[in-house]
Design a protein around this ligand. Sequence first.
Ligand code: ADE
Length: 496
Amino acid sequence: LFRLRKLCMFCDVKPSVCNSSGICTSRCNITSICAGDDEICAAAWRRDGENVTVETVCHPPSEPFHGVMPDNYNATECVMKQYRHLGPDVYICFCIEDECNDQLVFTPRTSSEPPSPPMALLVLVPFVVLALVLVSFMYVCKVYTLRPSKLKCNSGQERSVLIGQLGRSDSISNHLNHNTELLPIQLDGIVGKGRFSQVFRARLGQRMGENEAFQMVAVKIFHLEEFLSWKGEREIFLDAELHHENVLHFLTAEERPAERQYWIITAYHQRGNLRDYLRAHRVNWASLCRMGGDVARGVAHLHGDRTETGGVKAAMAHRDLKSDNVLVKDDLSCCICDFGLSVRLDSDMSKDELANQGQVGTVRYMAPEVLESRLNLENIESFKQADVYSMALVLWEITSRCTAAGDVWEYEPPFGKLDHPCIESMKDTVIRDRERPEIHSSWRTHPGVAAVCEMMVECWDQDPEARLTAHCVTERFDELVRSSFICDSEKKLNTD
Ligand code: ADE
């Protein structure tokens, strides 16, 4: 029988912007499989003058951590505590759930005496009851109107399920961050080809005594001469706090000198990319909302400068959004992948450097201002606006395969009449003729699909400033899901 080892954030000591209040994320991008069978997760927050650091590790519970014997470490949350001998500028926590040391829960220090229990109860009970009713109502609405009940909608859960699956059959210790030793990976077939790399399905294996087991992962392989592309993508994953259920989950990056290769190892999604999925499947209204909403949520997460829990992250632009760069997960949710052309929008790249790589992406999906090389490089919003244009074309692709509004044709890419278009023919189509993918009149007969069409139109506006933000699109999808457009017959996600 496999004994499950803990998965903990493991960044050792890292500078942090946490102050010692509320709930703060570790901003550690590295999940590690703990070395010892019984190890737990631990974190320490320390302030030294202006400098704040957060340390995240796996830790054996029988040993002291900074002179503190782990106590109460069966906790599912990492509740930060102060210890007299460490002084006021150190907080420590222990916990036992996978990755529980990612969220540092600082116990708020109340300045006034707490109200007496009966009084507190009197005040709190009505609020608690109201909150419970509200939460249950929202839960029932969300689960029973759109998703089959077995789907998890909480992003935190989703993430630990994904890594949890990896950990479940995995006995290798701390490779995911301290990767001086390479992961025991056996490449299977090729599943994708990029500009500078190839993606393989692979088995991440391990030996546990007599037993062997493996977990599927995806390995993106760059050859020696593509070092800069590997480095760029690796840095995007490492720097930008990309953990999100709608962004491909990164496991680690490795140098493989023996093979003269560089690898990026991520979660593997057997359904493959959205374009292939749409070619082979039609989607119903619930799936359109789910997939469209997921794409928008993924893009909004990249564009934003906050994590879901309110931490700080680098805003990024993807710059190559297309249905090939969206993966379909087992539960038909979607995540964005391929950050090979992505840029951090807070980077100190000069205008010239940006200009040099101004016209990147896939021609078919390029926004008019990118086709014309007229992106306003002074303004980071321009990069997001160009992404939103490309995202609109992906929304159109999903909608074009939706059964909710009548007849559905074979899958065609946006501007499908153009075969391998070059920049000039795309410019003629998108700028000179102001063409956009066709919205069939039947699509507008379904009020929900009509609203999605309205969103697309607002996202592919010729004027970049007039486009919706990805965040706004997520809100509109949320609203659509909440609203009454969902008929009984369409409550289930489909696998048509
Ligand atoms: N194609 C590219 N990346 C992939 C992944 N992570 N899983 C499945 N197919 C892919």
